[in-house]
Design a protein around this ligand. Structure first.
Ligand SMILES: Nc1ncnc2c1ncn2[C@@H]1O[C@H](COP(=O)(O)OP(=O)(O)OP(=O)(O)O)[C@@H](O)[C@H]1O
Ligand SMILES: [Mg+2]
Length: 276
């Protein structure tokens, strides 16, 4: 596929982070990438999780990588040469990270230099961080226009999200970057039964703007993320469109995660879920 670059304005850099690992950052990064690109925004994804990175795998580009970030840092190619265009979505590109040990210094300065070279080519750059506040996070902080902190409704994940939010506030207080919350793997039946906390209560507790709610969705393991987002099918795909609409339009719409569990029929569904 031919690489084309039309965008002339500067990209908005969104750093996707979390306190606890495995809460869905990479899944959401890919899903939002497809949603934003699908509505016409040139979008680039970049993985800060060296060694354990799985964005490449999720995007299906492992075997297409010619140059990765190390080649760029060593001056063997330009950042543009390394970009890989998505197979399904021509507006979506992934900047390949590296599998294994990064033998060359890659700090905030180096990431900023790469992003500076590419930011005029894109509308959005989504930076997928490893969990916590180590290397990957520190690199990304310097470039952040906005943060998307991902948590699940579980107490341990919420506590860890709270620590990361405090750190962002302390490390980046003058930058004007906003901190937004995405609550993933929300089960409408459990929220209706008051077993887990409702997303608005979690966002009030963490004192950050609730940007989106993503439901628990088995479709993620059954289908390609592209298919879920492109066909607006399943809760995951639909929620990605609601969140991307909020990002683009500065809105605060929330996917109705408990719709099918309300009312008389919803009550029966909830009971069935409990029994099986
Ligand atoms: N809404 C969801 N419904 C069902 N499964 C989900 C959902 N979101 C993520 N998952 C699953 O959770 C697992 C972890 O997701 P993912 O790798 O995106 O997390 P992560 O936060 O990037 O992890 P890490 O901290 O290791 O980078 C994956 O198996 C993914 O398919
Ligand atoms: Mg990840």
């Amino acid at each position: 596929m031919e690489k084309m670059f039309y965008v002339v304005s500067m990209a908005k850099k969104l750093v996707i982070t979390s306190g606890k690992g495995g809460v869905g950052k990479t899944t959401i990064c890919s899903g939002l990438g497809y949603a934003l690109a699908g509505i016409g925004y040139k979008t680039m994804l970049i993985d800060m999780d060296f060694g354990l990175n799985n964005l490449d795998i999720l995007m299906g580009i492992e075997n297409k990588i010619v140059y990765d970030v190390i080649d760029v840092l060593e001056g063997k190619c330009t950042p543009r040469d390394a970009l890989i265009q998505d197979f399904f979505e021509p507006n979506l590109f992934t900047f390949p990270s590296t599998h294994g040990f990064c033998r060359i210094k890659f700090g905030a300065k180096e990431l900023s230099a790469i992003i500076r070279e590419l930011e005029n080519d894109f509308d959005y750059i989504l930076i997928d961080c490893p969990a916590g506040i180590d290397g990957g996070f520190r690199r990304a902080v310097a470039c952040a226009d906005d943060y998307l902190v991902v948590t699940t409704p579980h107490i341990s994940a919420i506590r860890d999200a709270s620590k990361v939010i405090d750190l962002i506030k302390n490390s980046n207080c003058d930058s004007g970057a906003t901190i937004n919350l995405i609550i993933n793997r929300v089960r409408g039946d459990l929220v209706e039964d008051r077993v887990t906390l409702a997303p608005d209560i979690i966002s009030k507790y963490l004192n950050v703007r609730l940007l989106g709610v993503v439901p628990e969705d088995d479709g993620i393991v059954r289908k390609d993320l592209y298919e879920l987002v492109d066909r607006h099918s399943n809760g995951f795909g639909l929620s990605m469109h609601v969140i991307s609409g909020n990002i683009v339009g500065d809105k605060s719409d929330i996917y109705d995660y408990s719709k099918k569990y309300r009312g008389a029929i919803g009550g029966i569904r909830r009971r069935l879920k409990r029994w099986i």
